[in-house]
Design a protein around this ligand. Sequence first.
Ligand code: PMP
Length: 416
Amino acid sequence: MNFSAEEFKRQFPLFAQPENLQLTYLDNAATSQKPQAVIDAICDFYLHSNANTHRSSHRLARRATEMLERVRGQAAAFLNAVSTREIVFCRGATEALNLLANSLCSGLQAGDEIVISTAEHHANIVPWQMMAQRFQLTLRYVPEVAGIPEFDRLEEVLNPRTRIVSLTAGSNALGLRPDLEDIARQLRERDLYWIVDGAQLAAHEPVDVQKIGCDFFVCSAHKFYGPSGIGLLYGRESLLEAMPPWQGGGEMIAEVDLYGCHYAGLPHKFEAGTSSLAAIAGLGAALEFIAAQDRAAMAAHEQALMTLLHRELAALPTVRVISQPQHNLGIAAFAPISGSAADLMHWLDGRDIAVRAGHHCAQPLIRAAGETATVRASFAAYNTRGDVETLVQALRDYAEVVGTPAMELCQQGSDW
Ligand code: PMP
């Protein structure tokens, strides 16, 4: 296996800062840390290329525009899109989903149906609820048992009125992964739009939108070692061509007069206003950085950490484990048997272990798991066995103190 997590980690300067030397960062499903190359690219953009793109034609503007279009090409390669016209820069997966919801639903008829699942992030629930209300559409859910979707039964909720199916490629709360091939099989020959929320997937394995066969795919750069404020929407060219833009403004028009306008061609029609240019430069560096890695080895490393952590968690009588190790999106979810997830998170924070507690923007799924909140430890490729051991030791120590009366903890000067 051609991958060393320790060497990989050295490329992330946050971990070398004096205040972070003891940090165990296990909140990667929320956002990953950034390698030096990404930080440098952002800085380099402001030092050497800062100008607005497309509008002007002076030397700096040309340089910035060339950078933006070069990164679009890298993004097309990253997702294996057919053409750069299929890549729209967005603020992130959330904005991409809102764009799709607004644009696609404006062409639907009252009574048309949208299918999502209980495993979706709120970003793939709320925009559809808003559109359902605005256009009198019907929102349906993939069949579920105790709130956990059974994606192999997707067909049961499809009918001729189904116009949109928007499903996760991997749940950020539990790491649940639908079989995309099986979904493609169930959707074959149906006249509907298939959207894949790949926000969690893109960090962990190569994406091939042509192989998946979806119509649209969304992801956020900050989850795969890139900057925040930039994400990708992939859409089949013929579909994007036929869709109305969502936001209006500069850059997305060919011509404007007093009472109307002609839109620009793809993909600019969907990119109103000034894009996050420095973030796009950082995204370019992130894509180059990822392309240089042995991704299969990275995934195997993350999976080994998942398996190890789940084995250790299973042996701890003080936590209830909700996630399953075979999901390879690097997500472990558990809840303390006594006390709250938030208390446990704060305890771990006191040990400089960064995990997340709460509903993870996936309330329907967390409720289905019978919890109001869970603790989530999520991995990136720079995590090590040492990180797992640190977490597990802290959980053992927590188990010992959790029975201790609060008064005593105060006297011990605990970080409760
Ligand atoms: N979908 C999933 C599965 C996610 O995990 C997230 C981020 N937690 C999003 C959508 C939204 O991504 P962003 O906040 O970057 O727009």
